[in-house]
Design a protein around this ligand. Structure first.
Ligand SMILES: *[C@@H]1O[C@H](CO)[C@@H](O)[C@H](O)[C@H]1NC(C)=O
Ligand SMILES: *[C@@H]1O[C@H](CO)[C@@H](O)[C@H](O)[C@H]1NC(C)=O
Ligand SMILES: *[C@@H]1O[C@H](CO)[C@@H](O)[C@H](O)[C@H]1NC(C)=O
Ligand SMILES: *[C@@H]1O[C@H](CO)[C@@H](O)[C@H](O)[C@H]1NC(C)=O
Length: 336
């Protein structure tokens, strides 16, 4: 009797939920919430809802409150893509890092140059690549800052995404971001900004051979401005490789914070590891740290004297989702 009652109660509840969401095309459980979820297909051959990524984004209503999944078919898209402030909860899903490619080559100014710009919060991007083609692939153009992607919103998740450029490839501008299994390629300050970001199992591909002979590259130029800011870049289980030589980073702002943890570093890493750039004499404010790395480039015996040694508690706290995940947002987004 009790079981039967339960059965009807459950059925009633399920039917209730279904009718409530009947207007949505799909719904998904994200964390403990059912969220409606609509699906748009971008196909350059004209068989989808749209043939450009931007027109699909433009079709999302302003102040969107539901996850909208935009499936981007394989192909090379020659367009700039912008997810503006009022279009949160967008999922861009390509068919593979080497199959769905977005390319543009602006370089007039750093701010104007990004091929992909995400200003909205709650953006998820999977299985595609963004390239700023001005200096990548390597060519004879003068070398300029030319951004492949700028990420300014909070709570954004990038899975299996490629970012290709030479100088200033990934502008990790502000907000909490999680990059997993991504490839980031460049030579000078090619991961820069004041984001609070965890890069896990990412390939850091250095094309230092593109620079003038004798000039090393810089992987990071982190932009933390205050000692109590959350901003910082953490590289966990990554792989640093490529050609030419490179420093792990130089500070863009006075309290820059970067940690490399359990990362495989090839011999391209400069023995000194880090440079102080415009902050010579003010190294105390800078937190550049390494822990548990391996490979020929990981030898810390010739590192600059001011590199920080973090205690294990701090290292483990930073090299985990806790670093970016105060409200468990990234665990929810990983279910999408
Ligand atoms: C996309 O196209 C499909 C197939 O034609 C259609 O069922 C769906 O309603 C379209 N979605 C949007 C958001 O236009
Ligand atoms: C970039 O600069 C060129 C040359 O000055 C100009 O023609 C073009 O309109 C500029 N593009 C943008 C987007 O500002
Ligand atoms: C450096 O690596 C890039 C990317 O793989 C490649 O295109 C370039 O040819 C390499 N340069 C040299 C001199 O090996
Ligand atoms: C580290 O990277 C090198 C190439 O840079 C590779 O040959 C080696 O197998 C990697 N080591 C591990 C343990 O993954």
């Amino acid at each position: 009797m009790f079981l039967r009652l339960c059965f009807y109660a459950c059925l009633f509840l399920l039917l209730g939920l279904r009718s409530e969401l009947a207007n949505a095309q799909f719904f998904r459980k994200v964390g403990d919430k059912f969220l409606s979820y609509s699906k748009i297909v971008v196909d350059p051959s004209g068989h989808g809802n749209f043939s450009t990524i931007q027109s699909a984004i433009d079709s999302v209503p302003s102040n969107n409150r539901y996850w909208v999944s935009i499936k981007v078919k394989a192909g090379t898209y020659r367009e700039k893509v912008n997810i503006p402030y009022d279009k949160p909860y967008i999922i861009l899903k390509g068919e593979g890092k080497r199959k769905t490619l977005v390319e543009w080559g602006d370089h007039n100014s750093t701010a104007q140059s990004p091929t992909f710009t995400a200003v909205a919060d709650n953006v998820v991007v999977k299985c595609m690549s963004f390239r700023n083609s001005y200096n990548n692939p390597i060519n004879n153009n003068p070398k300029r800052p030319a951004v492949a992607a700028m990420v300014s919103g909070d709570k954004s998740y990038f899975l299996r995404v490629g970012f290709f450029g030479l100088q200033d490839t990934l502008w990790d501008d502000s907000g909490r971001h999680y990059y997993k299994l991504c490839t980031i390629q460049g030579a000078v300050d090619f991961i820069f900004g004041a984001g609070q970001s965890l890069f896990e199992r990412c390939s850091i591909s250095v094309i230092g051979a593109a620079l003038e002979p004798g000039f090393p590259g810089y992987i990071t130029a982190q932009g933390r401005t205050e000692p109590n800011e959350g901003s910082g870049f953490v590289f966990k289980d990554c792989h640093v490789f490529g050609n030419g030589t490179t420093y792990l980073g130089r500070p863009w702002r006075g309290y820059a914070r970067v940690l490399f943890y359990n990362t495989n570093m090839s011999s391209i890493v400069q023995p000194g590891g880090w440079e102080a750039w415009n902050f010579v004499g003010h190294e105390d404010g800078i937190t550049f740290a390494e822990h548990g790395n391996f490979g020929p480039g990981s030898d810390t015996s010739k590192r600059v004297s001011w590199a920080k040694k973090l205690d294990l508690t701090t290292v483990y706290k930073m090299a985990s989702l806790n670093f970016i995940n105060n409200q468990e947002w990234s665990q929810n987004q990983m279910l999408l």
